[in-house]
Write a protein that binds this ligand. Structure first.
Ligand SMILES: C[S@@+](CC[C@H](N)C(=O)[O-])C[C@H]1O[C@@H](n2cnc3c(N)ncnc32)[C@H](O)[C@@H]1O
Length: 219
């Protein structure tokens, strides 16, 4: 099973100012648009988001579904989300501070239950991608969809902190193979947006973000 790269200290520190970064708001908006066009959320859906952060995508998905379980390892990121839940009197989001790379915590969630499991910009923070995808696929109900938005394979300079342990994005073909190895069918990719930014090396560079989807076979 996977182990955690322990990014929660960093995200605890960043939580308060997280939503002030226009690039993050833009990514969340584009990922939500790609998700809603691709996944077709239904009012009866039970949905899980892992790495929900402050809920930039969460708060947009929640009105479309029956229940959204929002998971993160950073209690301060979740604290910002909980403030939004209270302010908007949203009733169908359950936020939980769990590390899904910890087998004991993963097993607190019901297997074979969720119609959609999704994440935005979280998979690159998880060390053992293939093992994690197998575990998370086990939470899907038959016919359910896994949807993951993340960076295409990048030059390694996207993140500002050179010491941070992250994957430099993902090769689409390699990720498709891992999704199939996790027992999912029909992996498909689209580009949700491209981030244009000056990277850590000071170069202006383009960083596409994909949305990958794959489905659990119906029983
Ligand atoms: C780059 S942020 C993205 C947050 C949010 N999805 C957004 O788009 O603003 C990655 C998030 O994943 C969370 N995270 C990292 N590892 C995790 C894990 N093993 N389980 C759950 N959440 C995790 C971090 O705490 C952080 O909030």
């Amino acid at each position: 099973m996977t182990h955690q790269w322990h990014s929660s200290d960093k995200f605890n520190r960043q939580a308060e100012g997280w939503d002030e970064n226009p690039r993050r708001l833009g990514i969340a908006e584009s990922v939500f648009r790609a998700l809603s066009e691709t996944v077709h959320f239904k009012a009866w859906h039970e949905v899980l988001e892992f790495g929900c952060g402050t809920g930039l995508v969460t708060m947009q998905v929640a009105p479309l579904v029956r229940k959204l379980t929002a998971i993160d390892t950073s209690h301060r990121m979740l604290g910002v989300l909980e403030g939004k839940i209270m302010a908007t009197e949203t009733k169908n989001i359950e936020s939980r501070c769990l590390d899904l790379t910890d087998p004991g915590e993963m097993h607190l969630l019901p297997k074979g239950h969720f119609n959609v499991v999704y994440a935005s910009m979280t998979l690159h923070h998880i060390d053992d991608t293939a093992a994690f995808l197998k575990e998370i696929a086990g939470l899907l109900a038959p016919g359910g969809t896994l949807a993951i938005a993340d960076l295409d394979h990048e030059d390694g300079y996207f993140h500002d902190d050179a010491e941070e342990k992250v994957h430099p994005g993902f090769e689409r073909r390699a990720l498709a193979t891992m999704l199939e190895a996790a027992g999912l069918k029909n992996p498909a990719f689209r580009t949700a947006m491209t981030v244009e930014k000056k990277n850590r090396a000071g170069r202006q560079a383009s960083y596409p973000i994909f949305l990958a989807t794959a489905t659990k076979p119906a029983a």
